[in-house]
Design a protein around this ligand. Sequence first.
Ligand code: TXA
Ligand code: MG
Length: 340
Amino acid sequence: RWNVNKSMNLQNKEKYLQEAAQWIKQGNVVAFPTETVYGLGGNALDSDAVKEIFRAKGRPNDNPLIVHIADRAQLDELVTEIPEVAEKLMKAYWPGPLTLIFKASDRVPSDVTAGLDTVAVRMPSHPVARELLLKADVPVAAPSANLSGRPSPTTADHVWTDLAGRIAGVIDGGPTGVGLESTVLDISGQHPVIFRPGGITLEQIAEVAADVELDQALVTEGQAPKSPGMKYTHYAPKGSLTLVRDPDRIHELVASETAQGNRVGVLTTENRQHKYKADFVFACGADGDLAKTAALLYNGLRQFDDHHIDVIYSEVFPESGVGAAVMNRLLKAAGGRIIE
Ligand code: TXA
Ligand code: MG
């Protein structure tokens, strides 16, 4: 486990990142911070390293990985064409939390793409991720560094809880910033299509590509998602989570579950935190501060587990801006359960 928090002196930081980069070059997998969540990285061009990522996470192998690069020039060997709209989006939002789906070149192992003819690529902005990628000098395939099905990790402790003993190491760069994964945007077809809402919002993409669409599966229930990862119940805490549109209803629900002997939790904001009488109440930021809510969400979901909560009720959040990603993850964590 390498510590490269800002407080470390520069020399140690260099040494640790060099060592971690070496591990990656040698075909091992290493967890590292990005501006969204921690990733579990291995050499994307080394099919054995990629298999090791799937093994460490317990990830189904029909779910493709995102390839991380630090330099625009690395894109050329990974893809067969770079559409005009991709150039514009990269100019506007790279480095940053936007993953683009291109037509894949022969260089990309099929383990990375799960046999699809496309490849997802992103250029993270986190300084530790960038330095690691530059030192490793290979494109790095990296899913979120959680055990498959658990909430994505936003601290090195989350990674360690899930993966200690299963990976070469984790670079501790402190808590991540955005707190939710990157936006996954397909630009390989006629129109850009959002497969997964994330750190770069629909509104931001529309500024550059006015014809952007949402994958129907994000809008209509029962539609098969275009992105394989979106079909899994994901991000789930151990307790059973239900979203509740009307906060007043939550009081009755909590009382009834408590009477049945369950340990009950509530996910709310600072504004109503003190009003709930539950075994554990998590304040996920303040009303109107969706960036803070996004940053705290996964940490909150994990805390319900730490408090051995059986039943969780969550308020709903506005779906504007990064709120779309917050609600997407909450609904998935709740297996779609919402009381209107
Ligand atoms: O912010 C992030 O994107 C983080 C950090 C570590 O970069 N990574 C991440 O990776 O969230 P992962 O593996 O947890 O999610 C990747 C998502 C999955 O839903 C996967 O199905 C989708 O991207 N994906 C990857 N390649 C794809 C492709 N060629 N076509 C469609 N979806 C793809
Ligand atoms: Mg993930």
